[in-house]
Design a protein around this ligand. Structure first.
Ligand code: SAH
Ligand code: SF4
Ligand code: F3S
Length: 453
């Protein structure tokens, strides 16, 4: 144990009751996974975990910078903490993650929210013990947004929110610099974890009963390129598929420019890999795709989809779409709708473009009024609702494998099928955390319903 960890442990041991920490992660699964490791680190030092923010001695917001809305939410929540801090001056408040990695955030927090004790970026997660020690022993805000070239220590045991579904990062950072995106600036260049570390983690999870492994990376298709002994993502998938056990594997995200036939063939050939591909389209207009620096055309994207469907006719696709990129005109938006209608996604995550200072797109001229962008996103959602309600009907009468994850008050449990579609069925909570066969009887535009057989 490092000195700071031990010193914090000594301080915490003196308190009357075990101190509690509350952590909330915003943004993508990568961030949620970081949050689980931060909790692991805190538990090692003697903190207990609470979901009740008012009972916490340490509150950490692990933030996302991908859109302005995500940032505003954090400022508003941090603003709300002022009263808690007044009532309990010993409370330690931390802000970390992608938003904290930016200099402008540090300045704003220091100026307008001076009661924040710790600010640390995505590279400095492992520095938390040192920063926390500083916060516990000195008055000044402890800040670290250094771009360290080491990743989170491999030996930290994450505190996972689920015992049956686990996220496993396979790489960090991004080299793609899509012109709208802040991620490469706050997460740094692409680095891959060694395959042995990933495989050992998956084996351990599976032997402890985990049923679903989600492999994470900003562009999993470029996994392994920077390793001393490079291996492809497809090869990693095959090795994971060879691990014994009753579990399924998902991955995200897959950049369309790097989604190869080998990847599709691997999905076909590996029985543990879900027959679902999240392939972010962003736009269906070649002109906009070029301005976004995405390196593919709508036709190239559709070619990948066609190849995949020729091998797995029922493959489920989901995607991310940005509406209202600078100078997207009605014609560009129509091109997006056209691809959406051709692919017939089962699920779409759509976002109105949000200007991110420091990115290339931030200085592009943007003449489309916000109202028009809102109308476009409504139209996209409407088109998608029709597609999903029609598309979901293909499952009626069929039996899907569902991993149940929650129960409601009306006697239903729900979970996700291997196609990554929400399925609900009448069942008691004992099905949670296990695979069940469900015969589908009804299709909605957001989910399926059926009977466990
Ligand atoms: N690396 C992943 C996703 C990263 S962020 C990928 O490439 O797919 C998740 C999604 O947020 C992106 O796919 C994109 O649709 C959206 N996004 C990113 N930057 C955005 C911005 N400035 N405004 C609106 N949406 C954005
Ligand atoms: Fe952002 Fe593009 Fe990297 Fe995804 S691939 S994180 S959208 S820069
Ligand atoms: Fe957000 Fe950072 Fe993920 S900006 S989307 S939390 S990598």
């Amino acid at each position: 144990m490092t000195d700071h960890k031990q010193m914090i442990k000594n301080i915490l041991e003196q308190s009357e009751k075990p101190p509690l920490c509350f952590l909330h992660s915003f943004g993508c699964q990568q961030n949620v996974s970081d949050g689980e490791k931060i909790l692991g680190l805190l538990c090692e030092m003697g903190y207990g975990v609470t979901n009740d923010i008012t009972a916490a001695d340490l509150i950490i917001y692990n933030t996302c910078a991908v859109r302005e809305g995500a940032e505003l939410k954090v400022y508003s929540l941090v603003g709300n903490l002022k009263n808690l801090k007044k009532k309990n001056p010993g409370l330690i408040i931390g802000v970390c993650g992608c938003m904290a990695q930016q200099e402008k955030t540090v300045e704003k927090l220091k100026k307008s929210y001076p009661y924040v004790d710790i600010i640390f970026g995505t590279f400095a997660l492992g520095e938390l013990p040192r920063l926390l020690y500083k916060a516990l022993t000195e008055k000044e805000t402890a800040v670290d947004i250094t771009e360290y070239n080491t990743d989170f220590p491999e030996d930290i045991r994450p505190v996972r929110s689920s015992s049956f579904s686990a996220s496993v990062p396979i790489m960090y950072g991004c080299n793609n610099f899509c012109s709208y995106c802040i991620v490469p600036y706050v997460r740094g260049r692409e680095r891959s974890r060694p395959p042995e570390a990933i495989i050992n983690e998956v084996k351990e999870l599976v032997s402890s009963g985990c049923k679903e492994i989600m492999l994470l990376g900003q562009n999993v298709n470029s996994y392994g390129k920077t390793l001393d002994e490079p291996i492809s993502f497809s090869e990693l998938l095959r090795r994971i598929n060879d691990i014994d056990g009753d579990f399924r594997v998902r991955f995200m995200s897959s950049h369309p420019k790097d989604a190869t036939k080998e990847l599709i063939d691997t999905i076909v050939g590996c029985e543990k890999i879900c027959k679902h591909l999240h392939l972010p389209l962003q736009s269906g207009s070649d002109r906009i795709l070029e301005a976004m620096n995405r390196h593919y055309t709508a036709e190239k994207y559709l070619e990948t989809v066609r190849y995949a469907r020729s091998l797995i006719p029922d493959l489920s696709f989901s995607t991310d779409i940005i509406v209202g990129f600078p100078n997207e005109i009605a014609e560009d938006f129509e091109a997006t709708l056209d691809v959406v209608r051709k692919v017939r996604y089962d699920n779409i995550f759509s976002f109105i473009y949000s200007k991110r200072t420091g990115t290339k797109a931030a200085v592009m001229e943007d003449v489309t009024p916000e109202e028009e962008k809102k109308e476009r996103i409504q139209k996209l959602l409407e088109v998608q609702r029709e597609i999903s309600s029609e598309g979901f009907r293909r499952f009626i009468g069929r039996t899907l494998t569902v991993l149940f994850d929650s129960a409601d008050d009306e006697g239903y449990c729900s979970g996700k099928s291997n196609e990554f579609i929400i399925v609900k069925a009448k069942a008691d909570a004992s099905v949670i955390g296990s695979f069940r066969k469900v015969k589908i009887t009804k299709a909605f535009n957001w989910a399926l319903e059926g009977d466990i057989i």
